[in-house]
Every structure is written in C-alpha cells, then in structure tokens.
Design a protein around this ligand. Sequence first.
Ligand code: SAM
Length: 241
Amino acid sequence: MTNVKIRLYVEQALGAGQRLTLTKPQSHYLFGVMRQTEGAHLALFNGVDGEWLAQVVNANKRGGELDVVELRRPQADPPDLWLVFAPIKKARTDFIVEKAAEMGARRIIPVQTEFTNAERIRQDRLQAHAVEAAEQCGGTYVPEVAELSKLNQMLDDWPEGRKLMFCDESLEHGAPFDADSKGAPWAILIGPEGGFSASERARLRALPFAHPVSLGPRILRADTAAVAALTMWQMQLGDWT
Ligand code: SAM
C-alpha cells in the first residue's frame, strides 16, 4: 500500500478516477502549510465511502486538484453510541468533542441542564474539531455534532430502544451494564460542572431506559468523566473487544 502522511476530510463523493477540486483552505493547508507538490499522494475520506488514495495533479494554492486513485480501506462506522454532555468552558468542551470523535462516538450532543453555564455553543467550530480528530486518528467516520438542546426536551423525545448510561456522581458504586445489550443503541450522559439538579436526577433515575452508573469513588471533572465513560462503554459493549 502506498505510504501517505496526510489524511484529508472532503465533502465530495469518492470513487476511482474522480477528479476533485479543493477548497481554498484545503489548498492552503496542503500546498502552503504542508508543502505538497504535484504527484504527491495523500489519503481522503468523506465519512461514508471509506479511505481513498489520491494524487495531486494541480498544486494551486487557491484551488488545487486531486485525482482519486484507489480504495485503501473500506468505510468503518463506530458502534451506535451517542455522547450527550453539558457544555463547560470552551477549551474543555473542545477537548470533549475531540476525544469523543477519537474514541468512537457516533453522535455528539451538547445539552443544557439546570446547572449548565453555557447558553450557546459554536456548533460549526465543534464540528470542525470532530473532523480534525477523525483526520488524525485514522477513522473513516466523522460524528455529527448537534446544536445545543435542552436535556428535558431531549428526554421527552427519547428514541425508542436507545439505552442511556447516566453518569451519576452521587452514586457510590458502579452499576454493571446489561451484558446482553451489546449491539443495542446507547447514549452516555455527562452533567455540567455543577452536576445534575435533584429534580433532573429524580427524573433520570425513574426512566426505564436509563442505567445510572458510577465512575468510581472520586468526583471527576466533566471532561475526564466523558473520557472515562467512553472507555468503560467501549471496553464492555463497544468495538474495543
Ligand atoms: N459538582 C458535582 C459534585 O460535586 O457532585 C460534580 C459534577 S462533575 C464535575 C460533572 C459530571 O461528570 C457529573 O454530572 C457526572 O455526569 C460526571 N461524573 C463525575 N464524576 C463522576 C463519578 N464518580 N461517577 C459518575 N459520574 C461522574
């Protein structure tokens, strides 16, 4: 297999023999920052068609062109796992999105809870972080980052059949997963810096699809908790084993 150092996410459909025109920022990155020249090889993916080998045919910094050569790896989607979390400070929210994309979340959903400080998010910026994370981790899938929604509304509209791993900082012991649920759609829920309110906790605990879990005897920051919960889920129910 041809060795490549650069992986680039593109929005166009990918197939052998196709010629792609790059956007100005992509051209700037490839030819200005990464100093690629005509004839150079790189890998492309678009989130649905797998990873493809491509070759530079025009290294114009304002709008270069690539030829798609051959399939390198077929598309591999992560398990059907959503990460639902209350946004925190900007850099830590960016971290959560980046790590969720690397660790194999299918969808990333910021939610506003009673104690969430953030009133808005920059969805486009968070989506760009998810793309960058997929480019660097070798994944062929890019999780969608949803717009900010309200936790209660989301629970009202909860899809049938999806289980919820409710990370509840007030629990003292971990609750085991339902081992038979491998392959089922799941979501992980992480609260904000202030934790869940008493009424949110009462509602969450009463939901038939919610599984309250502890992440150990110490209170973790929300970004640490997201990584710990994704690890725990992937090890037991996901594609790590
Ligand atoms: N202010 C809260 C408190 O002192 O109890 C802590 C909230 S914690 C910083 C943010 C979120 O991470 C929690 O709402 C929960 O979802 C998750 N979390 C942190 N530590 C946890 C633990 N030991 N078990 C379960 N979830 C945890």
